[in-house]
Design a protein. Structure first.
Length: 181
């Protein structure tokens, strides 16, 4: 499916007007487009290449500026891929304290106040099923108007809202990452 002229123009402007010299260029735009029901706009999947934890954080900070509240982000990636580093970048972009971010593996849920929105950071790595997430009030978190971020989201896929946003982080070498938004 070819990209329409407006989507291509937005991509080119975004790629040219990077917010900082440390932010890498977007390298590829996928032909698969979907309608995001919260904004009633067409959004294209974009792949970023990161060469460091700092670049991963910068990519997430740039992405966070498009969030309005009410989104659910499903993070996918192997152990050590950079999922928690991505959440640090989200907080940075939203005006929060990046030093407060830690992996919620043993806690299941961390809550971060930012300058704009509350971020609910969950980790499904150690859950025994959807019942564990139901017990902490996952469905209620989705209704709070903040940003709900779920690491290892495939483990609770049945609970994710239909309009959730998929974010995939893949290691490409010791420090490199492919981040698909």
């Amino acid at each position: 499916m070819p990209l329409n002229a407006e989507t291509r123009r937005q991509f080119e402007n975004c790629s040219k007007n990077r917010s900082s010299p440390r932010t890498p260029r977007m390298v590829k735009i996928s032909a698969a487009l979907f309608l995001h029901p919260l904004r009633f706009a067409t959004i294209a999947a974009v792949i970023h290449l990161s060469k460091s934890a700092e670049q991963t954080q910068a990519i997430a900070a740039d992405f966070s500026r498009s969030l309005r509240g009410g989104e659910c982000l499903a993070l996918h990636g192997d152990l050590g891929a950079g999922k928690t580093q991505f959440v640090r970048g989200l907080l940075q972009g939203l005006g929060g304290d990046v030093r407060s971010v830690s992996s919620p593996t043993y806690m299941l849920l961390n809550v971060y106040e930012t300058g704009r929105l509350i971020v609910y950071h969950l980790d499904a790595y150690r859950v025994n099923g959807v019942d564990d997430f139901e017990a902490i009030g996952f469905s209620e978190l989705l209704e709070q108007g903040g940003i709900v971020v779920v690491e290892w989201a495939s483990r609770i896929a049945d609970l994710l809202p239909k309009d959730h946003l998929e974010i995939r982080i893949e290691a490409i070498g010791p420090n490199g990452r492919r981040i698909t938004l």
